[in-house]
Design a protein around this ligand. Structure first.
Ligand code: GDP
Ligand code: MG
Length: 364
């Protein structure tokens, strides 16, 4: 139940990973509401900012509000040669396997006082260095599996033969520098892919870590990065500024952000971008104790939403009383929504929409 999204922050040394991690996690959350999360200094639990939840909290007024959270992991130790155990090597790779998505911090800021592992600032080269390590680690994983499955296939095992075909196709793809993510695969192949836990199979959001001056206009470093990985996967942030913002009072913070041309704190933009990248939506529940936001993949059906809340709810799912968020906001209360016929009864096949408020009816 209620598993949160886990994002791993990766990048070369001195790219600004820990600075970003500190900025993200400084606000802190009440951990007792999230018993399923890990206790580890490199793991930070960050609330998903959501105005809809705040509005529901105000209107329904239960004792507490429980936002959805994202876990960010500061994954240090990536250097050229990591796949061979250089730097923190294997430990680093093991950490990456455990996350759902990667936030890849790329150094775009110039600062003579901060050493760069390759002396010069060159975001495209740096991205290449990191991606090569991930590809090489995946190729090793593939070789090991191939070795094993090929032996089985030689005995005429049809399933193993199918797997070998797919593994060879994957190996060609990775060998050509393409990530495992996006490979065409049927149902059987997708299952094989999942079982491999490949590092290049994860969605990646790039954070272009710029100077303060780089926030308003895209400098040559950001343009080059955007051209290399696709502009829609690049979020421009000044990690140092984000960390500094936290020391300000709220009003001062707003003033400072306007002065440097920031609409919202980077934390907010980063979480929003992660949700979009991963195709995640939110739904809400409430009772006399709390109003709560939950995370679901787009396309998930009502019983899966119920299962997030309580495993028993998924098994015993009958139907969910559902109010669209916009309907609720217009009606102003659950009672009014009911009177206006805006509370729908949805069954097992209902695809949950972003912002839905769900009341589950389950067999006890
Ligand atoms: N000038 C400047 N320095 C930064 C920025 N982000 C991080 N730094 C500095 O770069 C150094 C390395 O940052 P850190 O977050 O520890 O990098 P990590 O090795 O990727 O975790 C620190 O001294 C930071 O203060 C930035 O946006 N601008
Ligand atoms: Mg660090």
């Amino acid at each position: 139940m209620g598993r949160s999204l886990r994002a791993g922050i990766v990048g070369l040394p001195n790219a600004g990973k820990s600075t970003l991690f500190n900025a993200l996690t400084a606000a802190g959350v009440a951990a007792e509401a999230y018993p399923f999360t890990t206790i580890d200094p490199n793991v930070g639990i960050v609330e998903v900012p959501d105005e809809r939840l705040e509005h529901l909290f105000e209107v329904l007024a239960p004792p507490r509000r429980v936002p959805a959270v994202v876990e960010f992991v500061d994954i240090a130790g990536l250097v050229a040669g990591a796949h061979k155990g250089e730097g923190l090597g294997n430990r680093f790779l093991a950490h990456i396997r455990e996350v759902d998505a990667l936030v890849h911090v790329v150094r775009c800021f110039e600062d003579a006082n901060v050493a760069h592992p390759s002396s010069t600032v060159d975001p495209v080269r740096d991205v290449g260095t990191v991606e090569t390590e991930l590809l090489l680690a995946d190729l090793e994983t593939l070789e090991k599996r191939l070795d094993r499955v090929q032996r089985v296939a030689r005995s005429g095992d049809r399933t193993a033969e199918r797997e070998v075909d797919f593994l060879l196709r994957l190996r060609d793809r990775l060998g050509a520098g393409e990530p495992a993510a996006g490979v065409e695969s049927d149902e059987f192949e997708s299952e094989v892919l999942r079982s491999l836990f490949l590092l290049t199979g994860k969605p990646v959001l790039f954070v272009a870590n710029v100077d303060e001056s780089g926030l308003t206009g895209a400098g040559p470093n950001v343009s080059a990065l955007a051209a290399a990985v696709g502009a829609d996967r690049v979020l421009v942030l000044c990690c140092k500024l984000e960390a500094e913002l936290l020391s300000f009072e709220p009003e001062e913070r707003q003033e400072y952000m306007s002065a440097v041309g920031l609409e919202a704190p980077g934390v907010r933009r980063l979480i929003r971008a992660s949700y979009d990248l991963l195709g995640l939506i939110s739904f809400f529940t409430f009772n006399e104790k709390e109003v709560r936001a939950w995370t679901l993949p787009q396309g998930a059906l009502a019983p899966q939403a119920a299962g997030e809340v309580h495993t028993d709810f998924e098994r015993g799912f009958i139907r969910a009383e559902t109010i669209g968020y916009a309907d609720f906001a217009r009606a102003g209360s659950v009672k009014a929504a009911r009177e206006q016929g805006l509370v729908r009864s949805e069954g097992r096949e209902y695809e949950v929409r972003d912002g839905d408020i769900l009341l589950f009816r389950a067999q006890p």
